[in-house]
Design a protein around this ligand. Structure first.
Ligand SMILES: [Zn+2]
Ligand SMILES: [Zn+2]
Length: 424
């Protein structure tokens, strides 16, 4: 038989799970509206150059993980590995710099990275991505952090913790880089091969390494705080003060550097649950040099991205609610072949009146049809046989109580219509 399985690292999101996704997106959308963010839909692929410039040639993402190909016009195209570069490209392309600043946008959709698949990590994965473009004000950093925390709070995640750092700017980072370089140079033998390669290119990324040996070395590494320039220090202080005012708890961690080169000043992650570091549900920060890196004018920005697969996994671990699972209000049951068209008409009438209804399309026994109604979690079975047809009635059976009554066809909508919640 031909191979009919999906490629490695991608998966189908099936009905038993997709309703939970819909719930997450509903919460994200409502929270975005509350915070004044507008949704945009961006293309899934861009010119490869956008990511090479906007993420940095020397990052793992650009070097190893991008899905890049030539299209039929010989253009180098890449499936987006993240959304920030596209968001900034869109802002620049559509002249949003003339709008009141900051321009606050969000999007949701699949991203693509050629990574080793593992639990909760896929080669096509979904993110929600929020970006606030055009303001260097630290209050905007506070807003973006508050927004991410509020989304997770509404989703029911608990013990939320913000981990905060500053990664400096082009003025002060070189000095810090040099100090780090000196520090790691003398401990080179204890670092992994990847980190040895990072020493000259980007020693900050050694702080990010997850290997135990490297983590032990970085314990004693110099912190960036002593190296921040006045501008970065003031900004950092204002962000901390802002979080304090909004009663958002945070912890400083000078090893939080993020993998991408365009970050400046604020870098943060939100962790959830008692497992702490195991459960980072989002990461973000400020990227004041991204717009210039991709060929535009100076546009400061700050944002975050959160993986939906990861959020779902953490919500399930923590037993969060996803709201009510979708179900049918009514399921049409025909007692004989001659009643099937009447059932079809009834189901159509119910649907047009806002009732979630379905029916059986095979010539199956009443018992089998009732079983199907239960499997579909229908609240009522609407049964029609020859007797009902002659009288213009429908037998409505409550599938929870087993109680059955015969009512006039025109009263069925009222009998099975879902009641608004709280109106029992
Ligand atoms: Zn600085
Ligand atoms: Zn390492």
């Amino acid at each position: 038989m031909a191979d009919i399985s999906a490629p490695k690292g991608v998966r189908d999101i099936l009905p038993d799970e997709s309703w939970k996704w819909a719930y997450i997106f509903r919460v994200v959308q409502e929270t975005a509206l509350n915070f004044g963010y507008s949704e945009v839909h961006l293309p899934l692929f861009e010119h490869t150059e956008l990511f090479a410039r906007g993420i940095g040639d020397a990052t793992d993402v650009v070097e190893k993980e991008m899905y890049t190909f030539l299209d039929k016009g010989d253009r180098s195209i890449t499936l987006r590995p993240e959304a920030t570069a596209s968001m900034v490209r869109s802002y620049l392309e559509h002249g949003m710099g003339t709008l009141p600043q900051p321009v606050k946008l969000w999007c949701a959709g699949p991203m693509f990275r050629y990574e080793r698949p593992q639990k909760g990590r896929y080669r096509q994965f979904w993110q929600v991505d929020f970006e606030s473009l055009g303001s260097a004000n630290p209050l905007v950093d506070v807003e973006i952090i508050a927004l991410s925390v509020e989304i997770f709070r509404r989703l029911g995640l608990h013990q939320l913790e913000v981990v905060l750092n500053s990664v400096g700017c082009p003025v002060c980072r070189p000095g810090y880089r040099e100090r780090l370089h000196r520090f790691f140079e003398s401990r080179l033998d204890d670092l992994c091969d990847t980190c040895k390669g990072r020493l000259d290119r980007n020693p900050l990324r050694i702080l990010d390494c997850k290997r135990e040996g490297c983590k032990a070395v970085t314990e004693g590494a110099p912190a960036i705080y002593e190296c921040l320039c006045d501008d970065c220090r003031d900004h950092f202080d204002a962000v901390k003060k802002g979080l304090h005012r909004l009663a958002i708890p945070y912890r400083l961690d000078n090893r939080l550097v993020r993998g991408l080169d365009y970050y400046t000043k604020t870098a943060y992650e939100v962790l959830s649950g008692s497992l702490g570091a195991q459960n980072a549900v989002c990461g973000g920060g400020r990227y004041d040099n991204l717009a210039e890196a991709i060929g535009g004018p100076h546009v400061p920005g700050v944002g975050f991205a959160a993986g939906v697969d990861r959020i779902l996994m953490v919500m399930e671990q923590e037993g969060c609610s996803f709201g009510a699972e979708p179900s049918l209000d009514a399921y049409g049951v025909a007692l004989d072949a001659g009643s099937r068209e009447s059932v079809s008409d009834l189901v159509d009438h119910l649907r047009r009146n806002g009732v979630a209804a379905d029916m059986d399309y095979g010539n199956r026994s009443m018992k089998t049809q009732l079983k199907a109604a239960s499997q579909r979690r229908a609240r009522y079975a609407c049964i029609i046989g020859e007797g009902e047809r002659q009288k213009g009635t429908v037998s409505v059976k409550d599938l929870a109580t087993g109680e059955q009554r015969e009512i006039l066809s025109e009263d069925v909508v009222a009998a099975v219509r879902p009641r608004p919640s709280g109106d029992e």
